[in-house]
Design a protein around this ligand. Structure first.
Ligand code: ADP
Ligand code: MG
Length: 114
């Protein structure tokens, strides 16, 4: 499927069944799918460990270990990661909380590569 697609419909209209059909076709063709499945309605049917499927859910023991600090290869990247986690936004406490959070996470580089 190369085109963008949107599936709209009332509850019970058949959206989940349609998506399940698509996933079965993708599986039969041995193609790859990235499935956003917060209700875990497809996980049981489609997850296949032997195939190398990966579950990205910190509450699922099958999720591989990942530490955002490992993405950081130099100090500039540490700051970019920190800013993406704590966007600069004026709130009730001004920017003090976010700038101190950015500073703390920005130190990841030193912690990881010490
Ligand atoms: N094409 C279809 N023909 C007949 N029944 C269908 C069809 N698609 C879905 N259904 C049935 O309708 C019900 C709701 O479908 P579902 O996919 O869960 O809807 P949605 O996700 O839109 O809420 C299910 O019982 C399903 O089996
Ligand atoms: Mg549904």
């Amino acid at each position: 499927m190369s085109a963008a697609r949107e599936t709209l419909g009332d509850s019970g209209a058949g959206k989940s069944s349609l998506i399940r059909q698509l996933l079965m076709q993708i599986e039969n063709r041995r193609q790859t799918a990235v499935v956003y499945d917060p209700a875990r309605e497809y996980l049981l049917q489609f997850y296949n460990e032997e195939r190398g499927d990966v579950v990205l859910n910190p509450l699922d023991a099958r999720m591989p270990y990942w530490n955002p600090a490992e993405e950081v290869l130099n100090p500039l990247e540490a700051e970019a990661v920190a800013k993406s986690l704590f966007p600069d936004r004026a709130g009730a406490n001004g920017n003090i909380a976010s700038s101190s959070a950015i500073g703390t996470v920005g130190r990841m580089k030193e912690t990881v590569h010490a």
